[in-house]
Design a protein around this ligand. Sequence first.
Ligand code: ZN
Length: 136
Amino acid sequence: MDISRVDHVGIAVNNLEETLKFYEDVLGLKCGGTEVIEEQKVKVAFLPVGETELELLESTTQDGPIAKFIAENGGRGGIQHVAVRVSNIEKAIEEVKAKGYKMIDEKPRYGAGNAKIAFCHPKGVDGVLLELSERK
Ligand code: ZN
């Protein structure tokens, strides 16, 4: 598989505005923009760090995947997923399946920042949620 970098680390947060203060005021990172993705029930903020990014995710509903993650994590935020950048996501998905592993997303879907993304099934990754991301 052709992977060029860690695209981003996805961090679940309870309150985006509150949490951004630490990343911006203390770490000195600059928020590259926010985006609401209705389908995934999240509000996302990107913080570029060198060639990669931190992706802060706040749930927009009580029942979205980020709300569930935080509930399972005892009400705290935490690292929810890691994304690697692939050059061709359709090919990457086929490769995962051809090697006997499962995908959550059999087809790419829209990801924040105009990416095409697909999650590998955590069963094959020792419980880690790994995202494949293609971005031009
Ligand atoms: Zn992500």
